[in-house]
Design a protein around this ligand. Structure first.
Ligand code: PEP
Ligand code: MN
Length: 263
């Protein structure tokens, strides 16, 4: 269902006046986690002023260690709902299991399914059946074909509002957090009509390498980016080391605008 053979033209997802896919380049930005109302509002406000439409922040966090911050959960969703209505941003947030899917779907304009859940097929079906846009991140050990087959589970629910995201894969290389597989971008663009995003933040995992990889992602044909931005990376409760500050993110946006217009 998601192949180019089934449909030659790019799938475009419409959000009022804003589009994902086709000729639009969209940047989804925000902190890894909702940590507090003030932290989230401050970042969201700065991003809104820079023209960002899609704001990301996790309320439920799939952390590698159970002893680290797990997200504010329902309280985090309340914060996101409040900020959404105050700043009229579109919200992207992750669902980890079907129990929390209804409450997440109330707040999220785009439901994120993370790398660790890419092959949670029952979650893909349940989330897909809500017919809301799904941001599907590639599993860290998943092939391009695995990713497309996971997208197929969502499409089988008659939901074609799917955005694929390359976020780095596990390789023998340990000088970066993951190995951002930009090969996947032109490969996916050829195989599927779905839009293809890149998350250079998790892909490289080191903040000062994020901007070069973001620019590379756009240059090789990505339809958009997901970038982690935090107002105080040194004290972030998750993924501070890979987060851009609003100031460095603004510099990245300026460089991007020289590559292609942001619609
Ligand atoms: C995230 O986007 O913060 C996240 C947990 O990403 P991934 O699922 O790609 O690890
Ligand atoms: Mn993160």
């Amino acid at each position: 269902l998601v192949s180019r053979e089934m449909k030659a033209e790019d799938t475009i997802i419409k959000f009022d006046d804003d589009l994902i896919g086709g000729k639009s380049l969209q940047i989804i930005a925000g902190p890894c986690s909702v940590e507090s109302y003030n932290q989230t509002f401050e970042i969201a406000h700065e991003l809104k002023e820079m023209g960002i439409i899609f704001f990301r922040a996790g309320a439920f966090k799939p952390r590698s260690s159970p002893y680290t911050f797990q997200g504010l959960k329902e309280k985090g969703l309340e914060i996101l709902a409040d900020i959404k209505s105050k700043l009229s941003l579109k919200i992207v947030t992750e669902v980890m299991n079907s129990n929390t899917l209804p409450s997440i779907a109330e707040v999220a304009d785009i439901i994120q399914i993370g790398a660790r859940n890419m092959q949670n097929y029952s979650l893909l079906e349940e989330a897909g059946s809500l017919h809301k846009p799904i941001f599907l991140k590639r599993g860290m050990s998943a092939t391009v074909e695995d990713l497309l087959l996971s997208a197929e589970y969502i499409a089988a629910q008659n939901n074609f509002n799917i955005i694929l995201c390359e976020r780095g894969i596990r390789t023998f290389e340990i000088s970066t957090r993951n190995t951002l597989d930009l090969n996947a971008v032109p490969v996916l663009k050829q195989l599927t009509h779905l839009s293809v995003f890149v998350d250079p933040s998790h892909g490289v995992g080191i903040w000062d390498k994020v901007s070069p990889m973001a620019l590379a992602a756009i240059s090789c044909g990505a339809d958009g980016l997901m970038v982690e931005v935090h107002n105080d990376p040194a004290n972030a409760l998750s993924d501070g080391y890979q987060s851009l500050t609003p100031k460095t993110f603004k510099k990245l946006l300026n460089k991007i605008s020289q590559l292609a217009p942001i619609v």
